[in-house]
Write a protein that binds this ligand. Structure first.
Ligand code: ADP
Length: 319
């Protein structure tokens, strides 16, 4: 293999730049040429492909977002679109591709693999919802953004003696909610992976109130439903003054944490190693602090799970 490509696709996440840098530098270290494909699969189809040098990825390790930009591209879901993408890769002499993104992006990479083009997936998403890895690139940064917001909201919640419902991202996964709720000392955490009873949440709030608690924080994962609706219900059922804060896209931005930079660097470099060993159709991850790789087709069939013991702990600590 002499030439490889790299693209970022789907929702961006902090640390994608660090992953791109690792792919480029590791590839050049091994004497490969590297091509950046801009705007995800859309740029692959249209041929927005440029050679990257060592300096192309200078001064990006600490920046959020992705220097290659990202896009959602419906056309790539069609056979026609995929064929156009492969033609562009062939035209540039690219023999292997690193795809940094979430499960949607993996599905695109899986298609390329099925057409015989070697791809390696790097998990880049704040949602932490990719099976086969303990952490995805961007999750830790998003988590810390949420914690910062919870701490600030807690100040005003205390001053006004209010209940706050904070809706966090994560799509169908509850990881951001669970980890931030546990780290932020939330009274209740609502995640799609666990059933909850409104009566239980209300009883917990009332118990806290009777103990003289000045504020309460409820974390709602977006996958559970609208934080606004849950806030309304809580206000109706308790008569406590309740406010709702939907954190939104601030969770996707910002300078990546040290953890995400290191993770992105390790995973990006590992992806190149796999391509060099002719191991296409794989996706990389980290499990028990060891770099691992799994069959992309198998990973996409698996269901995301959360650490149930951690969820149980969050309940025990906010009794
Ligand atoms: P993420 O990677 O963050 O999960 P998306 O789900 O939006 O983001 O997927 C990103 C892109 O991956 C899509 O816009 C599309 O171009 C490509 N993609 C997603 N699913 C498929 C599929 N089944 N076949 C081919 N390409 C796909």
């Amino acid at each position: 293999m002499k030439k490889i490509g790299v693209l970022t696709s789907g929702g961006d996440s902090p640390g994608m730049n660090a992953a791109i840098r690792a792919v480029v530098r590791k590839a050049i270290f091994h004497g490969l040429e590297v091509y950046g494909i801009y705007h995800g699969y859309a740029g692959l189809i249209s041929g927005k492909i440029e050679k990257l040098e060592l300096g192309s990825v200078g001064d990006i390790i600490h920046r959020g977002g992705t220097m290659l930009y990202t896009a959602r591209c419906e056309e790539f879901k069609t056979l026609e679109g995929q064929k156009k993408g492969i033609e562009q890769l062939k035209k540039h002499g690219i023999e292997g591709l690193v795809v940094i993104g979430g499960d949607g992006s993996y599905r695109g990479a899986k298609k390329l693999t099925e057409h015989g083009f070697p791809c390696v997936g790097v998990p880049g998403t704040i949602d932490n919802d990719i099976p086969g890895t303990d952490f995805t690139v961007g999750f830790d940064t998003a988590l810390n953004t949420v914690i910062d917001a919870i701490d600030k909201i807690r100040d005003t919640a205390t001053s006004h003696e209010r209940t706050y419902v904070i809706e966090v991202m994560g799509r169908h996964a509850g990881d951001i909610a669970l980890w931030s709720g546990l780290a932020g000392g939330a009274e209740s955490i609502l995640i799609p992976e666990a059933d909850f009873e409104m009566d239980d949440i209300i009883a917990r709030l009332k118990r806290g109130h009777e103990r003289g608690k000045k504020h309460s924080i409820i974390i709602v994962a977006e996958g559970v439903g609208s934080g606004v609706e849950i806030g309304k219900k809580i206000q109706e059922m308790t008569n406590f003054e309740t406010r709702v804060s939907v954190l939104g896209h601030i969770q996707r931005g910002g300078s990546p944490t040290a953890f995400d930079r290191v993770l992105a660097s390790r995973l990006g470099a590992f992806a190149v190693e796999l391509l060099l060993n002719n191991q296409g159709g794989r996706c990389v991850g980290i499990q028990n602090n060891q770099l691992v790789h799994h069959d992309m087709l198998e990973i996409l069939d698996q269901k995301h799970t959360i650490e149930q013991k951690m969820y149980q702990l969050s309940k025990e600590l906010s009794i």
